[in-house]
Design a protein. Structure first.
Length: 98
C-alpha cells in the first residue's frame, strides 16, 4: 500500500497541474486511498472525478461522478498524471466549470 504522505503529495501535484491548465475552479482532496477532484458549487463540494489506488502497484482506476453524484467506474487505469491527461483531452465536460 502506498504511504499516505506520498498519496497526498500526488494530490498536490494534480491540483497544481489543474491550476496550470486553467482549471482553477477545481480542487483535489485525499479520502482514504482515493484522490477526489471536486469543485465548490454554492458552498457545497461537487465531486467530479476519483482516482482510486489499486491494491497492487502505483496505478489508479478512474471513476467519474454522475449527475446525481454517484461514482461510476470506467475501464481506465494509469498513473494519476495519465488519468488527468485523459480527463482533460477526452472527457473535458467532467472538469468544466458550471
Amino acid at each position: 500500500m502506498m504511504n499516505p504522505l506520498i498519496l497526498e503529495g500526488i494530490g498536490e501535484e494534480l491540483e497544481d497541474t489543474l491550476q496550470e491548465q486553467g482549471l482553477g475552479h477545481l480542487c483535489v482532496r485525499k479520502h482514504g486511498t482515493h484522490l477526489i477532484i471536486y469543485s465548490m458549487e454554492e458552498g457545497e463540494r461537487t465531486n467530479r472525478a476519483r482516482f482510486s489506488l489499486e491494491k497492487k502497484g502505483r496505478l489508479f482506476q478512474l471513476g467519474v461522478a454522475n449527475t446525481s453524484g454517484r461514482w461510476e467506474a470506467t475501464p481506465y487505469t494509469g498513473t494519476a498524471r495519465e488519468l488527468l491527461a485523459l480527463l482533460v483531452d477526452q472527457f473535458p465536460f467532467v472538469l468544466d466549470e458550471f
